[in-house]
Each structure stands twice: as structure tokens, then as C-alpha cells.
Design a protein around this ligand. Sequence first.
Ligand code: PLP
Length: 433
Amino acid sequence: MSAIHNDERGTMNEERGGVASSFIVHRSSLDVQAVRANFPILKQQVRGKRLVYLDNAATTQKPQAVIDRIVRYYTQENSNVHRGVHYLSEVATAAYENARTTVKRFLNARDEKEIVFTRGTTEAINLVAQSYGRANVGEGDEVLITAIEHHSNIVPWQMLCREKGATLKVAPVNDAGEVIVEEFARLLNERTRIVAFGHASNALGTINPIERMIALAHDAGAVVVIDGAQGAPHATIDVQQLDCDFYAFSGHKVYGPTGIGVLYGKQSILEAMPPWQGGGDMILSVSFEKTTYNELPYKFEAGTPNIEGVVGLAAALDYVTSIGIDSITAHEQELLAYATRRLQEIDGLRIIGTAAQKASVISFTLAGVHPHDIGTILDQEGIAIRTGHHCAQPIMMRFNIPATGRASFGMYNTLEEADVLVDGLRKVIEVFR
Ligand SMILES: Cc1ncc(COP(=O)(O)O)c(C=O)c1O
């Protein structure tokens, strides 16, 4: 794998502010063809056409390094972790715990104890809602989210509020799909216990000003949960600098396996939280009278974990780090700018979500064509986009639309693929003319 990096900062960087503001844009210097060569699935033809995979916000493809790591785990290391004295169990346990260190480094957490493995972002947020939330949110309290959240960052809080007699407040967005920070600030008060928002929106691409939002929430005395499902694949994350209390992300959106994710939590907060699920591994001792819970992070990892997923995730994070998040971000921003410009050339195409700061996600509608038909016709051209509400129905309602087509770009996409998308959309228009 070869990827030449250029650490010189591009002009956009200055506009993006300080170092803690992730998504800092450096000048693109990614050797995309070298990157593509690492992803075997991209070599295939789909419906007789070269695959153009533009559904990266849903899930990313996996590099050979991740596939090889999982194969090596099963061919040489497979065993259950933490409770064996035999050789394979020691090897598997070391691989599992080394992966935790890799994640700690990736997020710049202080300690491995702050890294809890989960099934994904959804489970991580549910863990916070069910453990921290049930212990700390009471009748009359408030939980604040934003109008642009994924269902995974809405429903767990709705369930919590319903159970506790608390109120779910929602900060609105403007017509560009940006959270109105003044309104967000106005909704914070002494009853706000938890504030939860996405790093970036999967539906519209909007990057939230999370440093500012975290500081505002902390000023109000609330804890902050960041849904990083669309942050981790595109941005340098420094949880210490961000000072968020929780940060959740999914392995499969950052070039790793499905079924594995991470909850970062500040150690002092995790220590004080009750366990969520009970079972093996999360205990120190059990009798019928009393159970003593294990220390962090095992207190939150009940049952045999997804060992294959954990080692695969570490391989994915090592891969991403070797390419360089800054190079990936720069390349994706170039794709975003180019594809946005090209799509705007199409009559009747409306981009939904025009925030000043966006991740490489473009949601759009095409006059007179249902998004589902757009997706189906593009599929005949070998182009994979997502159509629907993107698990973010409230933001679709905000824009008075049932669904959009969504093209989302990853590190291996090319400018030429954006052109193929535009040509495909012209074919869609031909069909419906
Ligand atoms: C912003 C956002 N949050 C949460 C999720 C849920 O992630 P997962 O299904 O991996 O748990 C997604 C997935 O699309 C997402 O994009």
C-alpha cells in the first residue's frame, strides 16, 4: 500500500478553526489507485458494469488487511478470551486487549478502561441511556438532542424519557440543515441532564460544531454523548480535547467489520454507572445472594465478546491511520466539492443539506422521480447509492420530503466515479422524460 501524505494545510483549514475541531482539511495527496488496490470488492463488476460504490455512509468496504486479520484470527488464534490458561486463550486475549489499546490511541482516550466494546453505535447509545440515563434522569428532567439525529440517537432517549417522566427537547435546524446553535443554547437549562448529538449527519452530511456544543452543554451541567458513527470515518478524534463525556462509533463505517463498535466514556463517569447487561465476564464473583461486578471496562462487556470483530476493528483503525485521516478527509472534501458542483448541473436536482461544513454525503431529490426509482435505475449502471429516509425520518419531515437519494463517498472513491453518477442520473431523467 502506498499513500503519499502532505501535511501542509490547505486554505480551508484556517476557516475551520482550532485543532480540536476535527474534519480539518489538509491538501489532498492520497494515492487513490493505491488505496483502491487494497479493497478486493471494488474490482468486481455489478450487472455487467464496473462497481461504483457510493453507499459508504451505510457501510464501508473492507481492505485486505482487515480480511486477512480475521482469517488469521480464525486460522491461528481462535479461543475464548479472559478465562483460559491455555496458549490459544492467552493469544486471543492479548489480541483482544491490544485492540483496545489501538482504539484508545485512535480516540486519544486517557486509559483503556475508557474503551468499551459494543455491537455498534446503536448499542453504545443504548448503553448510556439504560445505564447512565436510568440512574441520573428523573421526572421533570430533560434530554436535549437535535433535529438532525439518526433514529439510533432519538429512540433510546425517547424510551428513557417515557420511562422516567422526563422531556425530550429537540434543537431545530435551519434551511441548510445546520443546527441553530443559539436555539440549542436556549434549550439548555438546569433540568438538562443529557445532551446527545451527532458528530456529522448521515442524512444530510452536516458537520456539527461539536466543540462549541459540548462547551455549552457542560456550562449547563449536562453530560454530552456524541454519536460519532459518521465522525470516526472522516475526522481526527481527540476525546480529551473535545472533552465529551461519551463518544460512540461503529466499526463497519470505518472500514472494519460489522457487529462491533465502541463506546468511549470518561473513566469517572463509567465508574459511577451501574452495569447494563448481566452475565459472564462482567462479574468478579457471584453467589445467589450477591454479585460483585468486574472493574472497567469489563463491567460493561457481558458475555463472550465479538473477538473477531474487535481484532478486525483494530486492523481497520491501523489501516486508516496508515493512510492518514487528514489525507482521507482532504480527499473526501475534494470529492464532495466536485460532486456537488457536477450534480448542480442537472436540471431538477435539488441537494438537501447545504451546510457550510459537510462530510462527504450528498442527499438529493430529482423532480418527478421517486428516490427509489433513482436507486433502482442507477443500480443497473453498477452504481450503489442509498435511497429512503436514512433512519432519520424527522429531518426528512423538516424538509417536507419522504426520502432522498444519497451518494456518500469514502477514501477509495474517485472524481471519475462522481462523473459516472452524473451520467447515471441523466439516464434516470431520460427514462422519466
Ligand atoms: C449518524 C448515525 N448514527 C447512528 C448510526 C447507527 O449505527 P449502527 O447501525 O452501526 O449501530 C448510524 C448508521 O447509519 C449513523 O449514520
